[in-house]
Design a binder for this molecule. Sequence first.
Ligand code: LLP
Length: 458
Amino acid sequence: MASPSGTPWPRSAVRDDDAGALVVAGVPAPRVAAEHGTPAYVLDEGEFRARARTYVDAFGRAFEAVGTGVDVYYAGKALLTKAVARWAREEGLRVDTASGGELAIALAAGVPGAELGLHGNNKSDAELAAALDAGVGRIIVDSFGEIDRLADLAAARGVVAPVMVRVTTGVHAGGHEYISTAHEDQKFGLSVNAGPEGGDSPAVLALLRILERPSLRLLGIHSHIGSQILDAAGFAEAARTVLRLRAHLGIRTGVLVDEVDLGGGYGIAYLPQDTELDPSQVAREIAEAVAEACAELGTPLPRISIEPGRAIVGPAGITVYTVGTVKPVLVTADDGSTFTRLYVSVDGGMSDNIRTALYGAAYHAEIANRRSDAPLALVRVVGKHCESGDIVVDEVLLPGDVRPGDLLAVAATGAYGRSMASNYNLLTRPPVIGVHEGATRVLVRRETVEDLLALDVG
Ligand code: LLP
């Protein structure tokens, strides 16, 4: 398994010379299984760090070339553990959080408040207060009610809250409707478009309202257009729209905000035939669009920030399962022909990876404990939940001798796997095992039945 960049495996992935087991960061999958059990999320620290550096370098270079700077925020919603937050910081990233829980983990990891952002369309007073108390560097407000509540909370504390406004630009991009966030009929952001009666757009009104409140400091404007985006056009379009809004506010009020955040959404490879978005190329295209738009508008360049999550952590993670049962099922196709689909059941499922069921996401899997030259069979990898939609990998060709006891590795599960995991059927959530230079380290321990019993107070 050579892993040129663009395949879904971490670049450290190889097959060992003995049994042909999958080895990631020098750690064979059978060793992970023996030491930590299955299912387990396995996270390649080197891959995470390399991808983090790539984004910092690519965007840094591209925006330096047009004359401004960039801050890269790692979007913690993709996967946030204390170790992950520290790796991000050590590689020069800041951390974007989306709840009080994510904020608490980032702070516990030692990330200074000033290097954190807080998102959310429905932040509670407690979350806003926690952000103020931690000195969070930017609170991205998402509604008029939140602007007022935050201003009051800040005033009561005698502090000035640094805020950005989340706007919707009408641009939407990405894999699935549920993960496209900038079109209008959804809950996020304030539209840059005026309502049917004309007048100021909600985005303009929000910016004006912030400028009226002395306990708020307007840092800039934020746009996030979607997720798993595989071309730069949508980012460039959204950037142009945000920059027009910035220029409009500048003319209107004399306040030209310093910062523009273009969000996350950079797409990755999930399947061997996929090509991920090239960070250098997308960075150049966005930087050129920003520079051109500012030149046309006659405004100086803002400082830019971006918030990649999936592109940093997705390909750094795999999930290792143990096969429990193998069942050939005769399937009748639409044209009346029949074929056999091999249902391979693993010891996890939709509780550790909901993306297949929720988004129809496609994944790649391989036998991880041995090589096999058996003829390939059409396999559906399923979990152990009481639900027929409990599918981990809808379709993959695996050696037909796949059998109970084999280990199965699913690629590119680092983003939105553990972070969207549940306890459905009261399964206990798998651990996150860091692998680096031949060593394993538990980053998040496996949940136990004792944890479940402790939560249920009867
Ligand atoms: N910034 C904001 C404001 C966001 O809402 C998101 C993702 C990101 C950054 C990071 O996006 P990324 O670079 O990871 O694509 N659960 C879905 C993805 C939901 C993304 C929500 N927001 C999935 O599993 O595909």
